[in-house]
Design a protein around this ligand. Sequence first.
Ligand code: PMP
Length: 400
Amino acid sequence: MGVDLFAKAGLHQAEAVLRAHGVDAFFRAAAERTGDSHVVIDGRKVLMAGSHDYLGLSTHPRVVEAAVQAVRRWGTTVSGSRPLSGSLVLHAELEERLAAFLGQEAATLTNSGFQANLALSALIGRDDLVFADARNHASLVDAARLGWGRVRRYRDLGQLRAQLAAAPAGTGRLILTDGVFSMDGDAADLHGLRALADEHGGTLVVDAAHDLGVLGERGRGLVEHCGLDDRVDLISVTLSKSLASIGGALAGPAANVNYLRANARPILYSVAVPPASAAAALAALEVVEAEPERRRRLWELAEGLHNGLRGLGFDTRPSTTPIVPVRFADMAAAGAFWAALFEAGVFTNLVGPPAAGTAMLRLTLTANHDETHLATVLEACDRAARRLGVPRVPDIPEVA
Ligand code: PMP
């Protein structure tokens, strides 16, 4: 007899536990959206403090107009992959502009950031080794699993150094890291990673999902922030956060990008980015360059949120970015806090293992928010903590 394939653990289990506590936090559908500052859910207008539309460009008139014009001109989809019927001059233009923006020779598009990372599996042959940060995003985890080679997960640079040193001679060594870790909001030590990659002949790939448009003088991301623009082997990009669209890209030296164009299955066998999305991302790129004050605004609010929460006794470490984590001892406590904030008109992201190391709420304010919104979030957090009596700095056992 077989077993029930649908009986495995998953989000539905967490949902059931939370529902038993009266918490309904996932797949909550918005009936309306006011930029990314507010949404209407179940007739209630709530402040959106969990969007990654960092620069607030998804409702920017230039971005919206570009998308509308592209639909009129090219239709809703190309219904084909890039190498066959799905390429538009718009795609080529976006690839060129993205590469130029990132200070790279070339870029190639994929239809999501997730797929951009999965495309990296084309680099991993049977005799190759993958070294992956233990906190990497699920799509990098899956890229490593999809490749043929063996995977080593590291928790810090010391462990990575030992793993690299133990790698048999003649093996390919692919180092995969988030630029900014999507749950904890801290940045990878790129200088350290580059040095180890150089020492051991490794190829370094950085996922810039949460740092593109956010970090760096011109918003080029963590590589720019670290002055390593020309020292990474590939940068993986999503169009879905600061670029207010959907899609992804891999950028780097032309030879590396061309290899992926010829070998990566998400590029070869999946539909190209829809015209509206490509046009929106192109327009968003222009706005990122033309309106640097949006990045300043994002950071002012991020600092306000970190400082405000710390002032109230919460601990937002290790984050150093607009991704602001607030941790709890378990999912029940985090769920209760989520519900209290929702009641108070603030939507946050409730996350826990395996996505995050611990139960937590992940808060982000975007360039579409203001000081009043910041005050609303802080007050809601203070009240929820008082009402529920949860410790503001919970006792969380170290995960082995
Ligand atoms: N990488 C990281 C670090 C992410 O956080 C995400 C999405 N949250 C992705 C990749 C996937 O991007 P997309 O949503 O465009 O598929």
